[in-house]
Ligand binder design. Structure first.
Ligand SMILES: [Zn+2]
Ligand SMILES: [Zn+2]
Length: 450
C-alpha cells in the first residue's frame, strides 16, 4: 500500500502567520502560474498541494478555504465564489484578471445551470495531463469528451478500481491519489513540465476562450426549475445532434424547428404571451392553430388506455371519433379538466394540467424573446418551439393525471407517465432569434401537478 507523505511544513488552522511565511518564501514550489495561463484553480491546487506536500487538513491554513467531508475540491472551486476568492488571494491571483480562471469563462452561453450541474459534478481529468499537474475547466464541460492534445478520453473514475477520482483526497490521501494506490500525478513529470511552457496548448485554449466569448454574446440558456440531469442535458444542448451516440437517447428528446412561417403565427404568439407570458391564470386561451393537434394528443392517449378505464362522460370529452368501452360511474373532475374546452368561438385549456416546470420554461421563452418578434424567422422559431413545449407538456400532464386513476398506464411504455423537463438554448443575433434548441430530460415522475 502506498504511504501518504508527511507534510514538511506543518500548519495550524487559521494561522495567518503561516500564510505570510509562504509569501516571504516567495511562494510555493511550482507556484509560478504565469507559465500555465489557462490552468484551472483545481489544476493549480493539484500542482501546489502535490509539489509542496499539503493534505486536505492543510487547505485552510495554506489556501484559505476548507472542504466539508462530501465536497470535491474542483466542485467547490467551480461554484463557490467565496472560496475561489480566498484560494485566489492566497496565491496572489485576481480571478477577474486571469482569463479562464473562473468556470463561467468557459461557458458558451448566458444563463445559469449551476444548481443542477453542481449536484452531478465529478472531477474529470485527462490522465496524461494530470501526470504533469495540468487541469483546465474545459475538461469539466459535459460536452467535451476528449483531451484536445492527447486525444484520450477524459475520465471521472479510476481506470483500475472505478472509484471517483476525488475519493482518495476525501479519505486523507494526496489529491488525485486513488485509494487503490494509483497516483495520477507524477512529481517528476510535473516539475519538468513546469520548466517549459506548452505554447501550442496555450494557443488552443486561448482560441477556445475567444470562440466561447463570441458564442456567449448570442446564446442564452433557459434552464428549468428542476435540474436533476443537468450535465446530460447541457451535453446534448451544446453538442447537438452529432452527440447522439454519446447520449442515452432513452431519456433525452431533442427539438429542431422545421416548421415554415405562417402569417397568423404572429397573432398566436401575442395570444400566448398574454396567456402564459407572465403570471399565469388557471385558464389559458389557445391560438386556433393549436387546438387540433392538442385534441389529437388527448385522443391518441385516451384511446390507448385499457378498456373500461374511463366513464362515458370522460370518454366523450377526450375521444372525438371512435368508441372505447367505458365503465359506469361519475366523471372525475381532474380528468374532465384535461381536454381543451370550447366556449363560443374561443378555446381554452386549464394550465394546471401542465407540469409546472414546463409552464415556467414556456413563460421564460416568451419573456426572453418577445422583444424580437418582428422578423419572420424569429416568429417562426419561437412559435415552433412554444408549440413543441406546450404539446409535450400537455401529453405529460394527460398521462400523469390519468395514471392517478388508471394504474395500468405504468405497464405500457407508450403511456407511462413521465415528466419531461425542457432545457432551452436560444440564439439571438443582431436581427432576431436565429435558432432554438430544446432537449428534454426525463424525470421519473416528479409530476406534482397543482
Ligand atoms: Zn491531456
Ligand atoms: Zn483506483
Amino acid at each position: 500500500m502506498a504511504t501518504v507523505p508527511r507534510s514538511h511544513l506543518s500548519f495550524s488552522r487559521g494561522d495567518d502567520s503561516s500564510r505570510a511565511l509562504l509569501s516571504s518564501l516567495n511562494g510555493f514550489v511550482g507556484g509560478n502560474l504565469s507559465r500555465t495561463p489557462y490552468l484551472s484553480p483545481f489544476g493549480a491546487l493539484l500542482k501546489l498541494t502535490r509539489l509542496n506536500q499539503f493534505g486536505r487538513a492543510d487547505l485552510h491554513a495554506a489556501f484559505g478555504f476548507q472542504l466539508t467531508s462530501y465536497e470535491e475540491a474542483s466542485q467547490v472551486l467551480a461554484f463557490s465564489t467565496k472560496r475561489l476568492c480566498n484560494f485566489s488571494r492566497s496565491i496572489d491571483i485576481t480571478p477577474e484578471a486571469r482569463r479562464g480562471w473562473r468556470l463561467t469563462d468557459w461557458l458558451p452561453f448566458q444563463g445559469d445551470a449551476a444548481k443542477g450541474w453542481k449536484h452531478c459534478w465529478r472531477t474529470r481529468i485527462c490522465l496524461a495531463c494530470a501526470r504533469e499537474g495540468f487541469h483546465t475547466w474545459l475538461f469539466q464541460l459535459p460536452w467535451e469528451t476528449r483531451c484536445s492534445w492527447h486525444g484520450t478520453r477524459l475520465v471521472e473514475t479510476c481506470p483500475s478500481c472505478h472509484r471517483p477520482l476525488a475519493l482518495g483526497f476525501s479519505k486523507g490521501r494526496p489529491l488525485l491519489w486513488c485509494e487503490c494506490g494509483i497516483d495520477f500525478f507524477d512529481r517528476r513529470t510535473a516539475l519538468k513540465a513546469d520548466l517549459f511552457p506548452n505554447r501550442a496548448r496555450d494557443q488552443a485554449l486561448a482560441e477556445c476562450l475567444d470562440r466561447t466569448d463570441v458564442l456567449r454574446t448570442t446564446q442564452h440558456l433557459l434552464s428549468p426549475t428542476k435540474q436533476s440531469n443537468a450535465s446530460k442535458a447541457l451535453a446534448a444542448l451544446i453538442s447537438g445532434s452529432d452527440a447522439d451516440s454519446r447520449i442515452d437517447k432513452g431519456s433525452i428528446h431533442m427539438f429542431h424547428s422545421r416548421a415554415s412561417f405562417e402569417p397568423d403565427q404572429q397573432r398566436s404568439l401575442s395570444m400566448l404571451d398574454k396567456q402564459l407570458g407572465g403570471k399565469n391564470g388557471s385558464i389559458a386561451e389557445l391560438p386556433s392553430s393549436m387546438i387540433k393537434p392538442m385534441r389529437e394528443i388527448a385522443n391518441s392517449i385516451a384511446t390507448r388506455v385499457p378498456p373500461g378505464s374511463l366513464v362515458p362522460a370522460e370518454a366523450r370529452r377526450l375521444i372525438f371519433d371512435g368508441f372505447i368501452a367505458t365503465k359506469a360511474g361519475s366523471a372525475r373532475a381532474d380528468i374532465m379538466y384535461l381536454p381543451v374546452q370550447t366556449g363560443g368561438n374561443r378555446t381554452y385549456m386549464f394550465t394546471n394540467s401542465l407540469p409546472p416546470s414546463a409552464l415556467s420554461t414556456i413563460s421564460s421563452l416568451i419573456q426572453r424573446t418577445r422583444g424580437k418578434w418582428r422578423d419572420e424567422e424569429s416568429v417562426r422559431q419561437v412559435h415552433a418551439a412554444l408549440q413543441s413545449l406546450l404539446f409535450r407538456a400537455y401529453a405529460d400532464g394527460l398521462r400523469i393525471v390519468l395514471s392517478r386513476y388508471v394504474p395500468e398506464l405504468y405497464d405500457d411504455p407508450r403511456l407511462t407517465p413521465w415528466e419531461h423537463i425542457p432545457w432551452v438554448m436560444v440564439t439571438i443575433d443582431t436581427v432576431g432569434v436565429s435558432e432554438i434548441h430544446i432537449v428534454w430530460t426525463r424525470e421519473n415522475l416528479g409530476g406534482q401537478l397543482s
